[in-house]
Design a protein around this ligand. Structure first.
Ligand SMILES: C[S@@+](CC[C@H](N)C(=O)[O-])C[C@H]1O[C@@H](n2cnc3c(N)ncnc32)[C@H](O)[C@@H]1O
Length: 250
């Protein structure tokens, strides 16, 4: 189920190369949220579901004291190597976000790149509860998630990527189950080495769809103040394709 985060972990940044290139813009936006929405100065950040550390490393580069937590050791191994290479001091924790037990330790908790979709309506309540416990009063939670409407694709989308001398051919399908609000994310990754040998991996993740209204209602039960912004701007427009949840801890 989690092949993308285990056997394919070392290919994750190659698969999401465009996101790696864009991460500075994301963190610029998150810093805008820190300055304008948080009710305290942000110094210490917990990046939940940090994966290979694409945003975690960028936050640390900007001088924040960062802890990254992820369920998959293979993803953390990649993240640790990147931090070491840049001489960044990031604490990485292997674990489930639902098992964390921090108390008033962070000024901000982040959860990037749709990771919140791994949490169904019971799990997300547990998550919000642990997040407000982990935050100092006035601290901020930031998580981005996509609009289900734009997320679906009836036909496979084929694209390619490169890692060193290896070429990757990636085929994606995304099926929406309207009644259960589940998004079936299916991906075939074929890795071709310079000798023409091919390895193939199939990924099938089941993600939870949230509308803006649902996310707001759920978050309001836990956070003092809740906002949903559009992509990389502190306002929401009717056709935004990605949303940013911002919650302030009581
Ligand atoms: C789409 S990736 C995003 C990684 C990273 N946040 C980024 O922006 O590139 C989703 C990540 O969520 C992690 N994950 C899924 N469920 C989790 C859980 N219950 N606790 C911690 N991490 C989890 C996966 O291991 C994976 O690294």
């Amino acid at each position: 189920m989690y092949e993308l985060y285990t056997v394919l972990a070392e290919y994750y940044d190659a698969i999401y190369r465009r996101r790696v290139e864009r991460v500075k813009e994301e963190i610029d936006f998150v810093e805008e949220i820190f300055k304008n929405d948080a009710k305290r100065e942000i110094k210490k950040i917990l990046d939940l579901a940090c994966g290979t550390g694409i945003p975690t490393v960028e936050l640390a580069r900007r001088g924040y004291e960062v802890t990254g937590l992820d369920l998959h050791e293979e993803m953390l191994t990649v993240a640790k190597k990147k931090a070491e290479r840049e001489g960044l001091n990031i604490e990485f924790i292997h674990g489930d976000a639902l098992d964390m037990d921090f108390e008033n330790e962070f000024d901000a908790v982040t959860m990037f790149f749709s990771s919140i979709m791994y949490f169904d309506e019971n799990a997300i309540k547990e998550l919000f509860n642990s997040v407000i416990k982990a935050l100092e009063p006035g601290g901020v939670f930031v998580a981005d998630f996509p609009c289900w409407y734009y997320g679906r694709s009836d036909r496979p989308i084929v694209w390619n990527a490169e890692k060193g001398e290896e070429r990757l051919i990636i085929t994606d399908w995304r099926e929406v189950e309207p009644a259960t609000q589940k998004l079936h994310f299916k991906r075939l990754v074929q890795i071709i080495n310079p000798n023409g040998e091919v390895r193939a991996f199939f990924v099938h993740d089941v993600l939870n769809i949230y509308t803006v209204r649902e996310m707001k209602l759920l978050a309001k039960e836990y956070f003092e103040d809740v906002k949903i912004y559009g992509n990389l701007k502190r306002s929401l427009s009717p056709n935004d394709q990605r949303y940013w949840l911002v919650g302030i801890a009581p």
